[in-house]
Design a protein around this ligand. Structure first.
Ligand code: AMP
Length: 301
């Protein structure tokens, strides 16, 4: 089965109440690709500038990601993002963002990616996500991520995107902002009316809720006190989720419940370090072990 991810690769500077990491690899599709690689081969379509240090990009080889669709654009600058987390680690402020190459034309899409069945449009401008979505008219399942910035500045594009995709993952605060409904069931119903059949609402340390054509699913977060840097939690959650769906080649409610749990488990590892460091030393066996103990914790039948 084939899974492709599009989105941003960034050079991040992250400040938390207990530490900081300067100029580390980040970006929406980076975390996603690493997380999904525990389940399936991942195709990457993204662009960086020629200022991006080579060692940063070597991480994609570590995770066995197919980088035929990764462009290093001469004369362009890589996307940069600086964020600072509040004491509670749930909220953060963007201190600096330099879109750079992200506002230039999209990178070429390799012909070899044309048969991708599962597509994840990681966070970037919704107009770019629409352009990318249209490159996969025969895909089986297309899911997108988004953020508050696009609800505020590109709502028409976002609504057009929503009418062209099968599913969306977003935070609870973004769901409220998008629908003006404060109840999550009402918000999910309102988003379903905009197009997507599957709506996954992430609630940070309070887990997630999914509206699926076959019914609802709810899941807590994996309980952990090892929270070093929450950056990429949403992207690694989506990567684990889409990775499992691709591995099982199934989007039924039963499989997607399992996929939410796997996404939660991979995200719980990701937040235990800055950048991708924790995922770099992770194995599929460890992921499966934590999945089993998570399922045990939730067993209430
Ligand atoms: P998350 O914590 O899941 O929201 O993802 C954080 C990642 O998103 C960081 O590594 C950033 O490089 C990237 N990011 C932040 N803002 C944007 C943006 N406007 N467009 C694309 N990617 C972004």
């Amino acid at each position: 089965m084939s899974l492709i991810v599009t989105g941003s690769i960034g050079i991040d500077t992250v400040i938390t109440p207990t530490g900081r990491a300067d100029e580390v690899l980040g970006g929406s599709c980076t975390y996603f690709a690493a997380a999904a690689s525990f389940f399936t081969k991942v195709r990457l379509n993204a662009v960086v500038g020629d200022d991006c240090p080579n060692p940063l990009l070597e991480v994609f080889d570590h995770f066995g990601v197919d980088t035929e669709g990764l462009e290093v654009r001469a004369g362009s600058k890589t996307f940069r993002w600086t964020g600072e987390y509040h004491e509670n680690m749930n909220e953060r402020d963007t201190l600096d963002v330099q879109p750079n190459v992200l506002v230039e034309p999209l990178p070429p899409m390799p012909d070899s990616y044309g048969d991708s069945k599962y597509v994840f449009l990681a966070n970037t401008h919704p107009a770019s996500q629409i352009e990318l979505r249209q490159k996969f008219p025969d895909a089986k399942f297309v899911i997108a991520d988004t953020m508050n910035l696009w609800i505020e500045t590109a709502l028409d594009d976002l609504k057009s995107l929503l009418s062209q995709i099968d599913g969306i993952v977003l935070n609870d605060s973004e769901a409220v902002q998008l629908t003006e409904k404060s109840n999550m069931i009402d918000a999910a119903d309102a988003i379903a009316k905009m197009g997507p059949k599957v709506i996954v609402i992430k609630k940070g340390e309070h887990g997630c809720l999914m509206r699926h054509p076959e019914g609802l699913a709810v899941l807590p977060a994996y309980p952990t006190n090892q929270v070093v840097d929450p950056t990429g939690a949403g992207d690694s959650f989506a990567g684990g989720m889409m990775g499992l769906i691709t591995e099982l080649d199934d989007t039924s409610l039963t499989t997607m419940r399992k996929a939410l749990a796997y996404g939660t488990v991979v995200a719980s590892y990701n937040i235990a370090s800055f950048s991708l460091d924790a995922m770099k030393s992770l194995t599929r066996e460890q992921v499966d072990e934590r999945y089993k103990s998570f399922a045990q914790m939730m067993n209430c039948v």
